[in-house]
Design a protein around this ligand. Structure first.
Ligand SMILES: [Zn+2]
Length: 109
């Protein structure tokens, strides 16, 4: 059976978070078919809920995570580190020294 993509979301951190606007806060940016305003923040407090009642039988929810461009690993949460501005950020770690915080800033700033 063919599938038609109707919704999409990406973990696109807010890189202007916190009082100093220099923090990084995880969030989902998404859109659904027919959105006239384009992609925007979705979910509540960083959590997306999908009720099975809302979707027809056969609907698929797929999660794809980024692979390190250097070592190919999907990074894991290695705990929190201070962000230098009074807050904390998730320290994403893979099999090499790839800087996931820099990646977030380079991609979403
Ligand atoms: Zn790596």
């Amino acid at each position: 059976m063919d599938l038609h993509r109707t919704m999409h979301a990406q973990q696109a951190p807010d890189v202007y978070a916190g009082k100093s606007c220099e923090g990084i806060a995880p969030r989902w940016i998404g859109s659904a078919e027919g959105d006239k305003d384009g992609p925007g923040e979705v979910g509540t407090d960083g959590v997306i809920s999908l009720s099975a009642r809302t979707f027809p039988p056969g609907t698929i929810v797929e999660v794809r995570e980024p692979m390190c461009p250097q070592c190919g690993e999907v990074p894991h949460d290695a705990g929190d580190l201070p962000d230098g501005h009074g807050g904390w950020f998730t320290h994403w770690k893979c099999g090499c020294d790839f800087d996931w915080r820099k990646f977030a800033l380079d991609t979403y700033l």
